[in-house]
Design a binder for this molecule. Structure first.
Ligand code: P6P
Length: 340
């Protein structure tokens, strides 16, 4: 029939992570692989329900509000519940933190494992009704040596995470993951129910041509951000200005930044003193991925992964993306510092 025969050597996420584990040597027990299998299951469940949402009328408000005080959409509730249940049942977790839950979940001894997962089950949910790409973001810590698994195991710098990733729900489901050895992207083959390696070894370009900020907040922006944005919108020395791309869904804006380069920013400003994005389950995982892909992730004055959290829902300013673009931004903060 002239059709290509199907590949019989498909690299599924599980196979790929296992090969990673082998490169980790005997220390690898397979526990992280099993934990990532549980996370894959939740992403498949959420992908299915996001896709069906329009059909089975999951759209609309669940009537409850989450700790953030935002109206909870039914998909938020569903996504949080499947993640809590699946991660608990995996027997690999000790502590769970969800954007949807005020307090951390300490797993009971019977199901307790040695990992802590912090996650936003459905980030960008305000975009659900518009059909814009939304996503699940997660970060994974190993419990600290000697710890039984308490809240202190997740109040650690993002640099101590052992893995981080996101699943973006759009025309297809893309899971982007790092276990500390670079970044890889996998696409869900719904027929197989497997995430297949489609973006091996993602490297962010050293410089891009795109900036991604919500300029609706411009009147609140601090001086360094205003000066940086002007430098790429009205460039001196005859250079072309950057293009503006802002989807308003962090997973979608970061995914494009990882693949195309440029800079994504959600600064602190006069209205949002610490910015809007959450440190533990938005900034840390995206900073982990950005650095693993060769980029830079900063608050403007500090490496995001060096921040020590004091509260599981605290916010932080975020600038991340191509190394040269983010370093340009940092220069404007350094100049502001000198001018003080
Ligand atoms: P704004 C979505 O609500 C979210 O948490 C992130 O996904 C996104 O980057 C940001 O907020 C968008 O915020 O204020 O630009 O609408």
């Amino acid at each position: 029939s002239g059709e290509e025969p199907p590949s019989t050597d498909i690299i599924t996420l599980t196979r790929h992570v296992l090969s990673d584990q082998f490169s980790l040597g005997p220390a690898a027990t397979g526990d992280l692989t099993l934990l990532l299998t549980a996370i894959q299951t939740t992403s498949k469940f959420i992908a299915t329900n996001v896709r069906k949402a329009r059909l089975i009328n999951l759209i609309g408000l669940a009537g409850e509000t989450n700790v953030q005080g935002e109206e909870q959409k039914k998909l938020d509730v569903l996504s949080n519940d499947i993640m809590i249940n699946s991660l608990r049942a995996s027997g690999k977790c000790a502590v769970l933190v969800s954007e949807e839950l005020e307090d951390a979940v300490i797993i009971e001894d019977k199901y307790k494992g040695k990992y802590c997962v912090v996650f936003d089950p459905l980030d960008g949910s305000s975009n659900i009704d518009a059909g814009v790409n939304i996503g699940t973001i997660f970060g994974i810590y190993h419990i600290a040596p000697g710890s039984k698994g308490t809240i202190s195991d997740v109040l650690r710098p993002g640099s101590e995470m052992v893995a981080a990733g996101y699943t973006m729900y759009g025309s297809s489901a893309n899971l982007v993951l790092s276990t500390g050895h670079g970044v890889n992207g996998y696409t869900l083959d719904a027929a197989l129910g497997e995430f297949i390696l489609t973006h091996p070894d993602i490297k962010i370009p050293a410089r891009g041509k795109i900036y991604s900020f919500n300029e609706g907040n411009s009147m609140y922006f601090h001086e360094p951000v205003i000066n940086y944005l002007n430098s790429i919108k009205y460039p001196a020395n005859g250079k072309a200005p950057y293009s503006a791309r802002y989807i308003g869904s962090m997973v979608a804006d970061v995914h494009r930044t990882l693949l195309y380069g440029g800079i994504f920013g959600y600064p602190d400003d006069k209205k949002s003193k610490k910015g809007k994005l959450r440190l533990l389950y938005e900034a840390f995982p995206m900073a982990f991925l950005t650095e693993q892909a060769g980029g830079v992730a900063t608050t403007g004055t500090k490496r995001i992964l060096d921040i020590v959290p004091t509260n599981i829902h605290e916010r932080c300013p975020v600038f991340l993306g191509s190394r040269d673009d983010v370093l340009d931004l940092i220069k404007f903060y350094q100049e502001a510092e000198k001018a003080k």
